[in-house]
Design a protein around this ligand. Structure first.
Ligand code: AMP
Length: 408
């Protein structure tokens, strides 16, 4: 027996309904705010992610599915591809910001566990071409609205600002000096990453490291006046929109390219993998992948995690109006056509596909929850109201007329 690859999922039954409902909800909320759908390819040049996600990130260092001989990688995230598309299609000529949303699957070679998969789905948005703090606030608000619409439970929104690259570089050096001065108390992993990614020290669980980090300098205290003003404006708009958030000066997102605003929604209904969605501003990314300086802001939220955190009941498929059966094989083509005609006229209809006996077909129509059963035979069409049991012979081309008028 060949089984699916560990860390991947088949989406079927209620899950498939829930995915479809989430897509419809996302479209409604995001398109209402002027975001247009974009789909980028499933794989891209490896270089795009190496530069656009960042060489020191876990994603690039150990989680990418790369086919080296072709120089391609299965997309591990959506921001770099959308920025690539923005450049490739000259979208800087459109009114800015260009607002795009996606719902796609992504691939990361992570250790699979509940809520963490090797192929997973994200809904996300990117607003490219404006550094207005209203872009940040609107993006955060839209994710809050989406999470509310899917009834995600136990939500927390953490918010911070990472400043600009220059501030970050200075702060980074200061933090590195601080970590080196306290090297003895740090975990080996953190010590090994002082040069590469000192900010990750804030994420450590190691008790010694945590004690050191309690006294560490904070980037939020080092922001330039301009960046502080930008952050204050974002907060002011979130306050005006009634969005509750906590300032978390240690919030570090996994990707290298974030500048200024960063945020993350977590859910306490999720256990260890508590991140539902997050994002931030990435004013340096487009330059990183070869374009002109262009500000951008975006987020991505895990579809599986949103559904795990939500209490939305599965939406039922539309009820079946008509089941079409046939008493003899020679009426099979007519039955097939009747069902097709009914669907074309906008009804839900199915034709017998299992070669069952007449009795078996009636049972199958009942099991499928059909409102009517049309049985084709020597006498023409016998139409039965499955709820009342009433039955009568009708002309083949009046079946839908009888059903619509409910005149049996
Ligand atoms: P990221 O792109 O890492 O910022 O992740 C954004 C969101 O995508 C997270 O908050 C999760 O909800 C979801 N996510 C990220 N990685 C995975 C994964 N391996 N499996 C399932 N969901 C994921």
């Amino acid at each position: 027996m060949i089984q699916r690859i560990r860390g991947t999922n088949d989406v079927l039954g209620d899950d498939a309904q829930a995915y479809a409902a989430l897509e419809a909800t996302s479209r409604r909320i995001l398109e209402r705010a002027g975001y247009a759908r974009i789909e980028t390819p499933t794989f891209e040049a490896t270089e795009l992610f190496a530069r656009g996600v960042g060489a020191s990130t876990d994603i690039v260092q150990k989680e990418m599915y790369t086919i080296s001989e072709d120089g391609i990688t299965l997309r591990p995230e959506g921001t770099a591809p959308v920025c690539r598309a923005y450049l490739e299609h000259g979208m800087h000529k459109l009114p800015q910001p260009v607002k795009l949303w996606y719902l796609s699957s992504f691939f990361r070679r992570e250790r699979p566990q509940k809520g963490r998969y090797r192929q997973f789905w994200q809904v996300g948005l990117e607003a490219i071409g404006s550094d207005d703090p209203a872009v940040d606030a609107e993006a955060i608000l839209l994710l809050a609205e989406l999470l509310e619409a899917v009834n995600a439970r136990g939500l927390r929104l953490r918010l911070s600002s990472l400043g600009t690259p220059a501030t970050r570089a200075e702060y980074r050096a200061e933090l590195q000096r601080y970590l080196r001065a306290n090297e003895d108390a740090l975990s080996e992993e953190v010590r090994n990453r002082i040069d590469l990614n000192p900010l990750r020290a804030f994420d450590a669980d190691h008790p010694g490291t945590r004690r050191v980090m309690e006294g560490a300098p904070l980037l939020l205290d080092r922001l330039s006046a301009e960046d502080r003003e930008h952050f204050e404006a974002v907060k002011g708009m979130l306050d005006a929109a009634g969005i509750a958030y906590e300032i978390d000066p240690t919030l570090v997102r996994g990707l290298d390219y974030y500048t200024r605003t960063v945020f993350e929604f977590t859910s306490d209904a999720l256990g260890a993998q508590s991140g539902v969605g997050g994002g931030g501003r990435y004013d340096g990314l487009i330059e990183e992948i070869g374009g002109p300086h262009t500000p951008g802001m975006g987020w991505a939220a895990g579809v599986e995690r949103m559904l795990l955190a939500s209490q939305a009941p599965a939406t039922a498929p539309p009820p079946l109006t008509l089941y079409v059966g046939y008493a003899k094989p020679e009426y099979r083509a007519d039955a097939f056509r009747l069902a097709a005609d009914a669907r074309r006229a906008g009804h839900t209809a199915r034709v017998e596909l299992g070669g069952r006996s007449v009795k078996g077909q009636a049972k199958q129509a009942d099991r499928a929850g059909a409102l009517y059963l049309a049985m084709l035979g020597d006498e023409g069409v016998s139409l039965r109201d499955m709820q009342t049991g009433e039955q009568r012979d009708v002309e083949p081309d009046t079946v839908m007329h009888h059903i619509r008028g409910n005149i049996l």
